[in-house]
Every structure is written in C-alpha cells, then in structure tokens.
Design a protein. Structure first.
Length: 389
C-alpha cells in the first residue's frame, strides 16, 4: 500500500471518530501526529467485527490487510497467554483497544495543560503517546506489569520522541514517588479500585477505569472524582466497555468441575418463569447482567451454547462451592432450576432481577460507585442509595 493510501486510511478513521463523536476536536492534533500503526507488532490478531472472530495478520505477508486493520476501529490482540509460547494461544492478555474506545476514554479524562497523568496498563504505548503529545512527556507516567511489553512500548515511544516514564511493576501499587496526580487512567479491567490509587490522586482529581464485578467479563467505564477532603472518590458509570483484566485481579473461578463433579442429580430442583431474554438481554453488554452483578456478591456466571433449543446458564459462588443452573428451552414457559450449596444462588439472581425491574430497568448511567481505602459501594441515582460490594 502506498504512503498516500496509508494516510487516506488513517484520515478516514479520524473523520469517522469525529463524526460519531467518539473523538473530540481537541484530540485531533494528537491523533494526526501519533499513528496507531507504529505501535503495533508485525504479527497481530485483529478482532473481525463482522464475523466475531480473531484473525492473524502478518505485515510481511499481507501488508495491505495489516495496514487496513491498523487504521480500522477494531480491537487488536498483541499478546496471548502472558507471552508464553509463540503465535496464537488460548487467552488474549494484551491488546490495542478500539480507537473509538481510546478516544472516548481520553475525552472523559478531561485533561488540561499542566495536568500530570498516571496510566495503568501501558500495552502497546499508543495511549501513552497520545497523552504525551497533548501534555508533554514530563507529565505522563505509565505502568506496565509485563517486562517485555513495557520494553517494547518504551522503544516505540522513544522512536516517536514521546517517551515519558514507563515503570515495570504491578499497576495496583500506583506511583507514590510521582504523586499526587491530576488524573489516573486505567486501560485494564478492574474489580476493585486499589487504595493506593486514591492516595496518589490529588483532591478533585479524576480516576477513570473499566470496572466490573466477577459476575461476568463485561465492564462499565466509571469516572470517579476525588473528594476535596481526600480519602474518598465517587462518580457515575459512563457505559459498557470490555477490557482484559489486571493480572492481580483476574477471576478466582476454579472451573465447573470443582463445583459439579458428579452432575446435578443431588441438587434441589425448582422452576422459574424468568426468561432467557430477561436474564441475558441482547448482547454481551446487557445492562440487566451488570445490575445483577452489582447485587449478587462473589458470584460468577456463564452460559453454554444453545443446543437443540436448550441453553443452560450456570452460577458459581466464589467464596464456597455453591452453584445453580437454569435450563432455558425454546417454546417452554418455565425453566428448570437446580441449586446446591449453602447459598441459593438462583434465588439471589432472581431477586436481583426483580429489584432491577422494579427500579424501572435503569441503564448504566443511573448507577454509580463510591470508593474509600476501606470499601467500595455501588449506588442507584445518587450516593445515598448505596449498598456495600
């Protein structure tokens, strides 16, 4: 592909991001000056949005296809299985986020000249490069847990004249030496906001993070503002996102066999009129599941593929070996339920769905989060309507 073709592809992406209001005009100079492509590896695995699959693309063998994906609004996997082995593995562990998500988050971060920003999760380095172009390299510190990923990002940032400080360690520790920061932006999914992030953010500062429960893989972007007296941050969710999790906050789920080694024969049986659509909603970002996760603590759920018109959905307790299963069947008005263990997990899930519907089926934007160094609470509409997570 010619240089003209490359620039046309990038310009088209920029116009699309502006038109869809994912990128604000004040980020356009950084977008133009810091190409995403220079931060991507020769072999990468873009997520094909049309087919829902992840495909391998080698720049040496397919330069035009590689460039088209680099300039497309798609997420790109850049590492599998924490870097063990070569080629595609089982679990994606590092990636380049969709440009639309990157610039939505940068807009929500609301940076101003002179602000100092701490980024948790350097990844390819593109996000750090965009911030460094906007704020200056002295005002951007990024933390990456994977040494090889961190080294590669440093090389790419240096080549673009955008290298600030890239630290190699677990991001949950924050950066006491550089604190206080005006902004902290997190590019990995989190299950709790570490106390050190609160301690390292100035009063009135902002923490922006993809946050979620163990109920499922989906997250919601939350924008927390530090209280003027410090020690507490609170804010609303902005909408659904999906990120790879911080390594130290990955799910503790032990696997199905640890819960149901001998089948469902000894479990308590009942039925429910809750439908598959009411529980699972439309797509992986269904707000009902997010709301249930906020109400049902320490629970992991997963649905199996539908076969012959039947789909089982499983629920697993993360503090004991309680489990439940609901079997949805096409054309049946009731679903069979099995439950086992000290917790009645399906009863908890069903009650949470009833609560969500009674509240008017609130969307993401009606939920919020309040964090202290000791605990975290979710709330509906206003912080006074809170419950402990």
């Amino acid at each position: 592909m010619s240089l003209t073709g490359v620039e046309e592809g990038r310009s088209e992406l920029g116009r699309s991001l502006l038109k869809r209001k994912h990128m604000s005009a004040n980020w356009l100079p950084a977008f133009a000056a810091v190409p995403r492509a220079v931060f991507l590896p020769d072999v990468m695995w873009p997520h094909d949005m049309d087919t829902g699959t992840t495909v391998a693309v080698d720049r040496c063998e397919q330069p035009e296809l590689w460039t088209s994906y680099a300039n497309a609004d798609v997420p790109i996997v850049t590492q599998w299985d924490d870097g063990r082995g070569e080629g595609r593995g089982k679990v994606p562990t590092s990636s380049a986020s969709m440009p639309s998500v990157v610039f939505r988050m940068l807009a929500a971060l609301d940076v101003e000249p002179g602000h100092r920003v701490l980024e948790i999760g350097t990844g390819t380095g593109w996000n750090a490069g965009l911030l460094a172009h906007r704020l200056g390299t002295d005002n951007v510190v990024s933390i990456e847990v994977d040494p090889k990923v961190a080294d590669t990002a440093r090389e790419r940032l240096a080549a673009q004249g955008l290298l600030g400080t890239v630290l190699t360690r677990d991001g949950v520790e924050g950066d006491e030496a550089g604190a206080p920061y005006d902004r902290i932006i997190v590019t990995a999914g989190v299950r709790e906001i570490p106390g050190d992030w609160l301690r390292h953010t100035r009063e009135g500062g902002i923490i922006l993070a993809p946050w979620g429960t163990h109920f499922g893989n989906g997250d919601a972007l939350v924008r927390l503002r530090m209280a003027e007296d410090g020690g507490r941050a609170s804010g609303r969710f902005l909408g659904p996102v999906e990120f790879m999790k911080l390594r130290s906050q990955r799910s503790p789920f032990a696997g199905h066999a640890a819960y149901v080694p001998d089948g469902v024969g000894q479990a308590d049986r009942s039925t429910t009129t809750v439908t598959e659509e009411q529980l699972l909603g439309d797509g992986r970002f269904a707000v009902a599941r997010f709301a249930v996760g906020l109400r049902v603590r320490d629970c992991h759920h997963q649905g199996s593929d539908k076969r012959d018109g039947a789909r089982p959905v499983w629920f697993y307790g993360l503090t004991d070996r309680s489990w439940a299963c609901v079997m949805f069947r096409d054309g049946h008005r009731e679903a069979m339920v099995w439950q086992s263990g000290p917790r009645r997990l399906w009863d908890e899930v069903s009650a949470a769905l009833d609560w969500w519907r009674a509240a008017g089926e609130p969307g993401y934007e009606r939920f919020g989060l309040t964090i202290t160094v000791y605990d975290q609470c979710a709330w509906l509409d206003r912080p006074k309507n809170a419950w402990l997570l």
